[in-house]
Ligand binder design. Sequence first.
Ligand SMILES: [Ca+2]
Ligand SMILES: [Ca+2]
Length: 298
Amino acid sequence: MLRAPGPGYVWGYVMRGMRSATLGACLLVLSGSASAAAYLRVLSWNTLHAGYSGSTDWNNYAAQAWNDFGTTAAAANGVDVVFAQEVMYDTAAASLASALTAISGVTWDYRVTAAIGRSSYKERYAVLFRTDRVTMLSSTVWTDTGDKFEREPQIVKLRHIQTGADYTFINWHTVFGETAERQAEIAQIASVYSSIQSGSSSDQDVILLGDHNREATSPWWANLTAVSPVVSYRVNDLTSINTSCAFASAYDHFWFQASYVSEYSSSGRDYIANMCTARDLSDHAPIFLNLYSASDTD
Ligand SMILES: [Ca+2]
Ligand SMILES: [Ca+2]
């Protein structure tokens, strides 16, 4: 009954001494088991000016995140942690957490950064999480010595309650600006990744995610992919959505060291039921990452 990692299967579970029990009964007694293994379902989403006038449809934001996690309409509902970019107010993060609580029936909490940016235009990062699945260890903002980044990333350390697995996330919205500015920021992010990685002796699972305004196959990523152990990407689907409700550019990714993040199970671009309805929420589709663990191994 130990299921291999795969999309749509939320709980892996070793059943002992329960030969006559049905799968449903086994799942009912899952809580409290010392041998539970589980998925942590992670979303990254540029929510396009969430909180601005016309960008406050919290119920539909929550419905996209909760109901359409995964690549198909048939994928099981649910998500455990959401990393958002382009959150404009702290009240927007609070409203999104409330909507996630309402649609899921379980409690969500959040951490939101201060407004970040060089000009009067600033954005916030937010992490939203189920309190029955995630313990928030810390949420900070990268100290951007030398002002290398328009929006220095949010650094989030969390623990998956069901398994004890720790993860460190770098939530980043790369500058768009001029081409040279974008290229320069992407060249600099490797030093952030390396610093975060070497900054902890207790957690090696460092995952960079967000809207990076560049395809993952670009040579601009050479500094990041040169980090040792090797950093590679997951998800390079077209994710931005143009005003004709069509996918346009491969801008949103996950980056990590596969040798450490052996918890990786699957990833992709979230299912979109209606492209124009989705475009009313954001000019990006969410991307998802399934992490499967039984304990904290590194
Ligand atoms: Ca870890
Ligand atoms: Ca690991």
